[in-house]
Ligand binder design. Structure first.
Ligand code: L34
Length: 261
């Protein structure tokens, strides 16, 4: 493993978790584990579920000012009494390793950025590493969240795919998905994408993580869709670990820019 430390300094990532969401606990633990593996100092701030917005803002302010902290991540979702947008806006864009701050989302829109949001970046990495061509392809993104769907569509567009973003109000969704060479499913419903919706040989990327009675499931009916797809990602062991890998990459990028911060 590459040693990241420069003159004894190591990248520093602060992960803030407001307790109460069991899935968030798993993801944050996985992030801490990854940090330890690649040589990033991680600090966890676990706050009680009734923490005030002010307290959270104060913590972010302290972390913004610390030279040894390169990345600040507030694990989402937050409890209802906290305004997520306000919290995201409080993070120094230079330490925003999630790339959720409007400064960073705006930079992504114009194609000039330091950080990409971890999940869409992880999807692109999977596509690239699999030797899949994006240029000129018809891509369908199912889901339009600020965190996944919208930036995902933008990254595919940057690589010259023809992108359709589908959502809960989309008409003839099945027909639109059926036309796609690349399908990214970020719906949040188990087995949403079925085999009859998928074109022969299509690339199917499953961003969903649904906790069902049968265990962890993506948004794609994996067994049936893998019979028709040309390439497909599983859940678990697909996009999730890539999200974490991209967080490591963003933190290292920020560390490298530390001196000019
Ligand atoms: N601020 N909030 C912020 N940044 C993020 O990038 C996230 N996300 C999403 C939720 N909230 C966030 C994540 O970290 C989703 N997410 C995430 C991270 C890791 C994994 C899944 C989602 C992951 O490790 N998935 C494993 C399975 C873990 C399990 O057992 O649940 C997998 O193999 O897919």
């Amino acid at each position: 493993m590459e040693v990241l430390s420069q003159n004894g300094a190591k990248p520093g990532l602060a992960v803030i978790i407001v307790e109460g969401d069991s899935a968030s606990r798993i993801y944050v633990n996985n992030k801490k584990k990854a940090c330890a593996e690649v040589g990033i100092n991680s600090e966890e701030y676990a706050l009680p579920s009734d923490v005030s917005e002010d307290e959270l803002l104060k913590l972010i302010d302290t972390l913004n000012k610390r030279d040894d902290i390169d990345g600040i991540l507030v694990q989402l979702p937050l409890p209802r009494h906290i305004d997520e947008e306000k919290i995201i806006m409080a993070i120094d864009p230079k330490k925003d390793v999630d790339a959720f701050h409007p400064v960073n989302t705006g930079k992504i829109m114009i194609g000039n950025f330091d950080f990409l949001p971890c999940t869409p970046a992880g999807v692109m990495e999977l596509i690239h590493e699999s030797g899949i061509q994006v240029q000129g392809k018809d891509a369908v993104v199912i889901g339009r969240s600020n965190i996944v769907g919208k930036p995902m569509a933008m990254l595919l567009l940057h690589e010259s795919a023809t992108v359709t973003v589908c959502h809960s109000k989309t008409q003839d969704l099945k027909q639109k998905v059926k036309n796609a060479d690349i399908v990214v499913a970020a719906v949040g419903r188990a087995n949403f994408v079925t085999a009859d919706m998928v074109k022969d040989g299509a690339v199917v990327i499953d961003v969903g993580i649904n906790r069902t009675e049968e265990g962890l499931r993506g948004d794609v009916d994996f067994d049936a869709v893998s019979e028709v797809a040309g390439a497909i990602t599983p859940v678990p062991g697909g996009v999730g670990p890539m999200t974490i890998a991209m967080l490591m990459r963003n933190t290292v990028t920020s560390f490298k820019l530390r001196d000019i911060r």
